[in-house]
Design a protein around this ligand. Structure first.
Ligand code: TGC
Ligand code: FAD
Length: 394
């Protein structure tokens, strides 16, 4: 089988498992098993073909990957934030694109409807999104406004019972296959509001973006709005301003801080095993000091990142994880995952560049993860602003 993930074992150097509940461990083992059975055997092939395994979308709903910490009343999992994080970790052990699918559906589509939607919107959309019967996408980024969404040009004007939406969005995960899009655009007063668009609305299209060398097993596209008539009942009533989309990002960035651990663990696990099996100069390469330096640094950084995620989870559980704390964890954990992938690739030598191992796929995926949901440098500036009180963005 291409990819070594079928031999994966988790790594817990500081015994964080002792801090986890039965529910956490159960969520981990069931999603881990699902990933081993359904994702690992097919993912290299889909990534190679730059194709999205959309047949897994409903199964993700069945295993509870969409909105694990949202209330059960609307189809969420009713679990705590640590369970949510652990599920993201296990999915990203399979592939960042699979975790992306769950992040977008749960945190960027279901969450805003749950948090800012009307009762009718919640009843109409959430149960079908929770099962994966409907696929959602989240439109914030525009061709000329990525890190600075406040400059967005997408806008709508009042027209009786409807509004008329114009503009475009870029780099939207799942947009070509989405039934529902949560789109952020400015009203006539220049305030950002969220609108729920449905596939098939006249003037609404979602062309695919081709040629990605990263997240190849995830489908990405644009959103184009040409005089799209959107009923006013599709506007999210409970929020206006950029804090609407940004609070959804906090939820998704939290999941990524955990998710990156999954990719990092897979790369470390593969490197450790390979170093013990591969012999050069008459002995396993694990016996060489330079290999041990790599492995020791990898497990040290992985352990620090696990502790960061766990503590963030305990804060999130009591509603005290600040956006800046989430930024720190997203930034740190994605970078260490990328560094671990690069070191792991070296330990695998030439084999590390092939699809016999998951390393290059994780490494390429993590280049996107470093950029989306706020780039590495944007998160650094959020930390800088938090500790100094000085805003370096403006
Ligand atoms: P700023 O003036 O700082 O804030 C505007 C309002 O928002 C509030 N706020 C937040 N609320 C909750 N969570 C957060 N993380 C928040 N950050 C800010 C803030 O308190 C304020 O509220 P109020 O009541 O005072 O109005 O906004 P700014 O325009 O200066 O921007 C700040 C900046 C640059 C940090 C922000 O815009 C930013 O984070 N930029 C990065 C953009 C980004 O992350 N885009 C992601 C697009 S979605 C995506 O990538 C999905 S990938 C999906 C996948 O997994 O496949
Ligand atoms: P830019 O904002 O143009 O940044 C370019 C560079 O300039 C970066 O290095 C950045 O750090 C730096 N920079 C910018 N401003 C500053 C500053 N003030 N100080 C210092 N450096 C700065 N978006 C969505 O809305 N929904 C999605 O579902 C979604 N999915 C995505 C999927 C993929 C595969 C990708 C690649 C992106 C996705 N995005 C999505 C968009 C993603 O969030 C943006 O790419 C990201 O926010 C960065 O925006 P940008 O690409 O326009 O880069």
């Amino acid at each position: 089988m291409a990819g070594s993930s079928n031999r994966f074992t988790g790594h817990d150097y500081y015994k964080i498992d002792d801090l986890l509940s039965e529910e956490h461990l159960l969520a981990r083992s069931s999603v881990r098993e699902w990933v081993s059975q359904e994702v690992c055997p097919i993912i290299e092939d889909f990534a190679d073909r730059h194709a999205c395994p959309t047949h897994l979308f409903k199964e993700l709903g069945e295993i509870g990957a969409y909105g694990p910490s949202l209330p059960t009343e609307y189809g969420g999992g009713g679990m705590d934030e640590i369970s949510y994080g652990i599920i993201m970790q296990e999915l990203e052990r399979g592939d960042s694109g699979i975790r992306s699918m769950a992040s977008v559906q749960g945190s960027l589509v279901m969450y805003p409807i749950f948090r800012f939607g009307s009762e009718a919107q919640k009843k109409k959309y959430l149960p079908k999104l929770a099962t994966g019967e409907w696929i959602g996408c989240f439109g914030l980024t525009e061709p000329d406004h990525g890190s600075d969404p406040s400059g967005m040009l997408s806008h709508f004007r009042d027209d009786g019972d409807s509004v008329i939406l114009n503009g475009s969005k870029m780099w939207i995960t799942n947009s070509p296959v989405a039934d529902v899009a949560v789109v952020w655009a400015k009203n006539e007063a220049g305030k950002v509001q969220g609108l729920i668009l449905e596939k098939g609305m006249p003037g609404f299209s979602a062309p695919e973006i081709h040629g990605k060398w990263s997240l190849r097993a995830s489908i990405t596209g644009e959103l184009v709005f040409e005089d799209v008539r959107v009923p006013k009942e599709n506007i999210l009533p409970e929020v206006s301003g950029l804090k609407g989309p940004l609070s959804c990002l906090s939820k998704a960035r939290y999941g990524i801080a955990w998710g990156a651990l999954g990719a990092a663990m897979d790369c470390y696990d593969s490197a450790l095993r390979y170093s013990l099996e591969r012999e050069q100069f008459g002995r396993p390469i694990a016996g060489f000091q330079l290999t041990q330096k790599k492995l020791a640094e990898m497990i040290t950084e992985l352990t620090k990142a696990q502790l960061l995620a766990w503590r963030l989870g305990t804060l999130a559980n009591i509603g005290k994880a600040s956006p800046a704390q989430i930024s720190m964890a997203k930034r740190n954990n994605v970078l260490i995952a990328l560094q671990i992938a690069r070191e792991s690739r070296q330990i695998h030598g030439g084999m590390g560049i092939t699809n016999e191992y998951p390393i290059m796929r994780h490494m390429m995926n993590l280049e996107t993860v470093l950029t989306y949901e706020g780039t590495h440098d944007i998160h650094l500036l959020i930390t800088g602003m938090d500790v100094t009180g000085q805003n370096a963005f403006k």
